[in-house]
Write a protein that binds this ligand. Structure first.
Ligand SMILES: Nc1nc2c(ncn2[C@@H]2O[C@H](COP(=O)(O)OP(=O)(O)OP(=O)(O)O)[C@@H](O)[C@H]2O)c(=O)[nH]1
Length: 247
């Protein structure tokens, strides 16, 4: 967190001490896409997020406690407000996955998830299908867009997972797949996020779109009368955009 704030050269970064709510990117009526980056510890989640947001690879990051970052992206003529939630590395115990309530909240909050493993860590790869199942369980009734990212493609000499296996796994799970080297290539990182944003259709978003907000603020009255309708209309006009401060 401190490191990222120190290199805060991008205007859209939350200033130190501010929250994502202060950025209010969604407030301008832009579609808001919320992305959670999830995976085992040390696979490069923070590096991936920082690379995507700043185009830079720094090398050393503080152990992550789960930070939220906001920026705008332009995708096929549309300006989106996106929020990216970096999450603490997942610990694997003998009896399987151990996801903290903080992580579960984060996954529930997300419109889309990046599942990351490292090609240098077979265990991080083994975690992916369990994580995918966990993500879908936390979003019952919808199929959340997920992209699987195999990171550290530059470290071929210590490779434990053939990227082909990642591709096969992603195919089985019905996800897009990207093999990236966060340290060496920005474009692949960008593409992974880009594809994910495209997969989040406006219809899938439960909140944040102006359309949705209007209908939830003005529930259809059972027996409408003018006074009631006027009051509800005023309420809708003065409503502040709902923003996420933390997950
Ligand atoms: N060679 C190489 N190193 C990488 C790459 N991506 C990340 N790293 C390094 O891997 C280490 C872990 O990266 P982090 O981004 O802190 O990993 P994390 O998944 O956020 O780790 P936790 O905060 O513990 O969950 C750091 O030393 C990074 O510099 C990569 O593509 N290639």
């Amino acid at each position: 967190m401190r490191l990222i704030q120190n290199m805060c050269t991008i205007a859209e970064y939350p200033a130190p001490g501010s929250t994502a709510a202060d950025c209010c990117l969604g407030a301008a009526g832009r579609r808001l896409v919320k992305i959670a980056v999830v995976g085992a510890s040390g696979v490069g989640k923070t590096a991936l997020v920082v690379r995507f947001l700043t185009k830079r690879f720094i090398g050393d990051y503080e152990r992550n406690a789960g930070n939220l970052y906001t920026r705008q992206v332009h995708i096929e003529g549309e300006t989106l407000a996106i929020q990216v939630q970096d999450t603490p590395g997942i610990q694997v115990h003998e009896n399987g996955l151990s996801c903290s309530e903080q992580l579960n909240r984060c996954i529930r909050w997300a419109d889309a998830v990046v599942l990351v493993f490292s090609i240098t860590d077979h265990k991080s790869y083994e975690l992916i299908s369990q994580l995918h199942q966990h993500v879908q369980q936390l979003h019952p009734g919808t199929r959340l867009p997920v992209v699987v990212v195999a990171n550290k493609a530059d470290l071929l000499h210590v490779k434990q997972v053939d990227p082909q296996l990642g591709l096969q796994l992603a195919g089985m799970l019905g996800c897009s797949f990207y093999e990236v080297s966060v340290s060496e290539n920005y474009n692949d990182v960008y593409n992974a996020f880009h594809v994910l944003c495209k997969e989040v259709s406006p219809k899938q978003q439960p909140s944040g779109t102006p359309e949705k907000r209007r209908t939830s603020l003005i529930p259809r009255p059972k027996s409408p009368n003018m006074q009631d309708l006027k009051r509800r209309f005023k309420q809708a006009l003065s409503a502040k955009v709902r923003t996420v401060t933390s997950v």
